[in-house]
Design a protein around this ligand. Sequence first.
Ligand code: SAM
Length: 283
Amino acid sequence: MQKIGTPEGTKTVLSKYPFILKKKYGQNFLIDAHVLSKIIEAANITKDDCVLEIGPGIGSVTEQLLEHAGEVISVEIDKELIPILNDQFCFFDNFTLINEDFLKLNIKKVLENKTNIKVVANLPYYITTPIIMALLESELPFINITVMVQKEVADRIIALPGTKEYGAISASIAYYAKTRLVANVPMHSFIPRPSINSAVIELSLYKTAPVELIDKEIFFKVIKAAFSQRRKTILNSLSNNFDIEKDKLKKILEISKIGINIRGETLGTSEFATLSNLICSTK
Ligand code: SAM
């Protein structure tokens, strides 16, 4: 049988149902079998896994997931896609379809009692970052998160300290996961063709946090401060964002061996942790 994730498969499904694509939901469907197998391979999907899929669309990725995983839970916002998906996959007893906005969903409840959970998604670009952060902040024991995102966003997520792309999002995600680029994906891998390039990245979540924090909120506040004014020294950025005397901050930067003239963009997870823990201790 023709696979959905091919140009012919997608065209067949779209012509079979009276479905109108919705730009507002970022509906660009994947039609590249090579990219699909890269996603499955990168996520290392096995029959022991329960996969949470966000935005199944007409089911290009879902079809592959159902073949390789033990269980698939897909969350789709567009109610018009629900009958199409149910039609395609009604023979699978390991498939659960939820018609909901992912950002409003109680994922803890949905994934209650599930083990070996992996997340796979070709994300709608307009809410990529909120979705990734909601997944990470949920602190659910995801093994990994394999997602297709805008190429530019992928570059920022996987960026290392000191590089042009490194920013608050790279530093925040680095606390939760090791990141890597899986594949660059050209525009012609989708119907309809988007106007930007994409990339698949894999976030492999740490089982235990890479650093010990006194207060996680302060840690993320330090990251935010460090990137709030690019090209400013860390001393000035912290001084503008924390209600702490400059002399005290100088002392903290001295003890941490970071130095007052360093720019925030060059700091990594352990330095942000040291700084935030010292800030907590002075309070
Ligand atoms: N997975 C399919 C594929 O690869 O062909 C579709 C990917 S398409 C880029 C994004 C999908 O996410 C669309 O089906 C869209 O309706 C859905 N979507 C958009 N916003 C969503 C949200 N907040 N919650 C759940 N699904 C959403």
